[in-house]
Design a protein around this ligand. Structure first.
Ligand SMILES: Nc1ncnc2c1ncn2[C@@H]1O[C@H](COP(=O)(O)OP(=O)(O)OP(=O)(O)O)[C@@H](O)[C@H]1O
Length: 313
């Protein structure tokens, strides 16, 4: 596949979705969500925030089908509605129009099927890492042995078996974020929503977290909806990539990632150096820039992700 220069013109859709390096056999292409698959189906989602001065049309006509084992990375300029969409899938926000289907059931409020990981770990500072992870599992009212088994399993999965008895302040930023991921996964959600989970980490820790997450996904095969501003991160992690544009927020690209590298095949640094990776990165940056220009009006009034979440919760 060749992506020319930094032109934002779209390549033929077929060339992106039939990339030979990607196995689409388990990816939902039909509207399975409403019929019983455990993925997500977004059906005509629109969202308008009713501000006092003028309404903000944050999302319009979003249709998306995700398979139960999809790892989709969502890219787009600030203010294009990524977090709003995540909050709707989580059940924190009600869409103005449209519906969310998970496992054949309309999803209208937060429940244990959907786990969320935010930019900051938000661990309880007075609980050990093991107790933090156990917290969500306790809510599920599982027997004590099962809780312990889960906590141990998820500590191991995120590489924190040695740190279960420590308090959050004794851990590095990356370890805290791994603990937050373990806490979410331990409740066994079928869908994991991640809103820029690594953006507060330094470059080295971030890469190590990316490796961890890819490995976790390959072991658990959960459906992951991952928002990022980092094009490289999307290309390294996402088996599928969605690009949104603002004003109002909509999906302009949705394709299987032709440069996705399964664990153990090529290192991230080798993957990044690949010709196709470089061309695709350039193309995606240009795509995002086009959205950024068309959405400059919205961008000016965009509030920080943290503010919005505080306002919502
Ligand atoms: N609670 C709110 N009230 C009013 N407008 C909001 C609210 N939350 C978000 N918006 C607006 O909705 C639009 C989409 O915002 P959203 O946060 O979903 O975008 P985003 O792509 O996640 O942005 P970023 O990448 O900066 O986090 C923006 O114009 C934003 O200002």
């Amino acid at each position: 596949m060749t992506v020319e220069g930094t032109s934002a013109s779209m390549p033929p859709r077929g060339a992106w979705t039939s990339a030979p390096s990607v196995d689409r056999s388990s990816v939902t292409t039909e509207t399975e969500g409403a019929e019983g698959a455990e993925g997500i189906k977004l059906d005509g989602i629109s969202l308008t925030y009713n501000q006092r001065r003028s309404p903000v049309h944050a999302l319009k006509g979003i249709d998306l089908d995700l398979a139960s084992d999809d790892f989709v990375c969502v890219l787009g300029p600030s203010g294009c509605g990524k977090s709003s969409l995540l909050n709707i899938i989580a059940g924190y926000l009600e869409p103005t129009e449209g519906s969310v289907w998970i496992g054949g059931t309309e999803h209208i409020e937060p429940n244990a099927q959907v786990g969320v990981v935010f930019q900051h770990a938000n661990l309880f500072p007075w609980l050990t890492i093991a107790k933090n992870i156990e917290f969500g599992v306790k809510m599920a009212r599982l027997p004590r042995e099962e809780r312990k088994r889960r906590v141990d399993a998820y500590l191991e999965l995120v590489g924190l078996s040695h740190a279960g008895s420590q308090l959050p302040h004794q851990l590095s930023g990356g370890m805290k974020q791994r603990a937050a991921i373990a806490r979410t996964l331990a409740t066994d959600p079928s869908i994991v929503l991640m809103d820029e989970p690594f953006s507060a980490l330094d470059a080295l820790t971030r890469e190590s977290m990316q490796l961890h997450l890819r490995s976790i996904w390959q072991k658990t095969r959960k459906c992951i909806f991952f928002i990022t501003h980092d094009v490289d991160e999307a290309l390294l992690l996402g088996r599928r990539i969605v690009i949104m544009h603002p004003n109002p927020g909509c999906i302009v690209q949705d394709f299987m990632n032709p440069v996705f590298v399964p664990e153990g095949e090529v290192s991230f640094s080798d993957a990044r150096a690949g010709k196709e990776f470089v061309e695709l990165r350039r193309f995606l940056i240009a795509q995002i820039a086009v959205g950024s220009e068309s959405g400059s009006e919205i961008e000016n009034v965009s509030r920080s992700g943290a503010d919005k979440r505080t306002a919502l919760l």
